[in-house]
Write a protein that binds this ligand. Sequence first.
Ligand code: BJW
Length: 234
Amino acid sequence: MRKKICVLTGAGMSAESGLKTFRDTGGLWEDYNVYEVATPEAWASNAAFVREFYNKRRRQLKSAQPNEGHLALLRLEENLDTVIITQNVDDLHEKAGSSKIIHLHGELNKVRSELNPELIYEWKDDLNESDTCELGGRLRPHVVWFGEQVPMLTVAIKEIVDTDFIMIIGTSMQVYPAASLTSYAPRHTAITYVDPKPQINYELQQQVEKLHLFEGPASSKVKEAVDFILTALE
Ligand code: BJW
C-alpha cells in the first residue's frame, strides 16, 4: 500500500512567488493592522477597506506563478498519497498542478454570500460594494478571519490521523488551530520542516525526536526535503 504524506504550507511557500508573508520583516502585518483587515469586526465597521485589502491581493495573484518549491512537491505524488493542507489563500499549488489541496483559511479567488455561507462563487476580479449573491445579499471574501471557525479543520484532521509523513513549509506555526495539526498524526509519523527561521511551537516540541529541519528558502530546500522522504521510502 502506498504511504501517505500531508504537506502543511504557509505564507513562506509563496514568498518567492512575490506574495508577502504576514509576520516577517516587510510582511503584510507591517503595512496593515490585522484587526483592521482580518477580523469580522473590521468587516462590520469598514467593509470598503477590507474589500480593497483583498482586491489588491487578488489583482497581484493573477500574475503570480508557482516557484521551484511548489513544483518540487509534484515529485511526492509519484510515490506517495499526497495531501496539501495549506493556510494560504492563493492558488499557487493549483497552478503548480498539485492534485489534492485543502485550503484551511479559504481562497482569495472565491467570495461567499453573507445570507447563506454555502453560496460560494469563483471571483477573479475586484469585489465591489454593489456585488450581491443570487439572494440579493452582500458578498464577502471567502477567507477565515481571526475569531472565526475553521470549517476545513475537520477535513484536514481526517487526513492527518493516518499519515506516515508530514512536511511543514514556510509557516511560523503561530496561528491556531492550523499550528496544532501535527499533534493529530500517528506516533510513527516523521516530520520535516522547511523554513529559513523554523519556529518550534509547543506541539512540535512534543514531537521533536521525529523532527527534521531544512533551514532555508522553499525554492531550494523543498527539493532536499522531498529527496529525504523519498530516500526514507526506499
Ligand atoms: C519562508 C520564506 C521562504 C519566509 N521559504 N519559508 C490557541 C492558542 C492561542 C490562540 C488561539 C488558539 N486558538 C485560536 C486562537 C486565536 C487565533 C490565533 O491563532 N491567534 C494567534 C495568532 C495567537 N485563531 C483564530 O482566530 C482562528 N479561529 C479559531 O481558532 O476559531 C475558533 C472558534 C471556535 C468557535 C467559534 C469561533 C471561533 C482563525 C485563524 C484565521 C487566520 N487567518 C489569516 C488570514 C486569512 C486570510 C488572508 O490571507 O488574509 O490566515 S491570519 C494569517 O496568518 C493567514 C495565514 O494563513 C496565517 C498563518 O500565517 P503563516 O502562513 O504562518 O505566515 P507567517 O507570516 O506567520 O510566517 C511565514 C513563515 O514563512 C515564517 O516562518 C518565515 O520564516 C517563512 N518564510 N520566507 C520558506 N522563501
